[in-house]
Design a protein around this ligand. Structure first.
Ligand SMILES: C[S@@+](CC[C@H](N)C(=O)[O-])C[C@H]1O[C@@H](n2cnc3c(N)ncnc32)[C@H](O)[C@@H]1O
Length: 241
């Protein structure tokens, strides 16, 4: 089957991910609370950046994929307080300070090495104003998923004419879940590799603290639910120490 790079099409990404996102209101209320200017790392097609800009905040979105940014720019036509930049969230320099910086929707799982994670935290610190905050969310690793039979296909998404199923194989040494996404759209079929670094809550918090951040709030879902085993997410709000 044809192989395609992950995030090679903002259009396909949006068919799967642009609607019914409960994190939109979460990040809008975070920005309302802490203020702009706002920087979204790994902004993709602007699912979060665009509504926040439409709320009246000055927003910059940064992403590694030009294909995702193309879709973001098309959707944001006419929104003047929003700019999209191509760049790497673990090594960027924008020459501006922000009150709110965030990385949503498991985007940090694309940073596989400690070097990249540390790079992101250092870049965030350089771009945060003194009273600024950094927020990110990712899944708490789920052993039911990580230990699945690597030969079995599981459903991921069905809708808008797009169907995605997956296989996965977890490497416990790298802490990377090697996922294959099998896409079907019209008469096209293709595979994309999605390699997601797993972040364990204790190590994640240690990474933040040992790199000069103070965690001021933690949540377990996008409804500001408790950080704990009953919820699927780890969400950290941090400031510079
Ligand atoms: C799961 S998507 C999230 C997109 C968007 N934040 C959203 O909520 O829909 C992950 C995004 O991370 C981007 N990405 C992956 N590695 C990156 C890196 N090192 N620096 C910047 N962006 C990166 C991808 O291009 C993709 O757009």
């Amino acid at each position: 089957m044809e192989k395609r790079l992950i995030y090679n099409s903002g259009h396909i990404y949006d068919l799967q991910n642009a609607n019914d996102r409960d994190d939109v209101n979460f990040y809008r209320s975070i920005v309302k609370r802490y203020g702009g200017p706002v920087l979204e790392l790994a902004c993709g097609t602007g699912v979060l950046s665009i509504p926040i800009a439409k709320d009246g905040y000055d927003v910059t979105g940064l992403d590694l994929s030009n294909d995702m940014l193309l879709q973001a720019r098309n959707k944001a036509e006419g929104v003047s307080n929003l700019q999209f930049l191509n760049g790497n969230m673990s090594d960027f320099s924008i020459g501006k300070k922000f009150k709110t910086i965030f990385a949503a929707f498991n985007s940090v799982c694309h940073l596989h090495s400690y070097h990249e994670i540390k790079g992101m935290i250092n870049c965030v610190k350089k771009h945060l104003s003194n009273d600024g905050i950094f927020v990110f969310d990712c899944f708490i690793p789920d052993f039911n998923i990580l230990s699945r039979d690597k030969n079995k296909r599981y459903p991921v998404f069905e809708g808008n004419g797009l169907s995605i199923t997956e296989t996965n194989e977890y490497d416990p040494i790298e802490q990377v879940n090697h996922i294959k996404w099998y896409h079907e759209y019209g008469n096209q079929k293709w595979i994309e590799d999605l390699d997601m670094r797993m972040f364990y809550p204790q190590e994640t918090q240690n990474y933040l603290i040992s790199n000069g951040m103070t965690i001021i709030e933690k949540y377990g879902n996008h409804q500001f639910g408790e950080f704990g085993r009953q919820n699927r997410l780890q969400i950290y709000i941090c400031k510079k120490s």
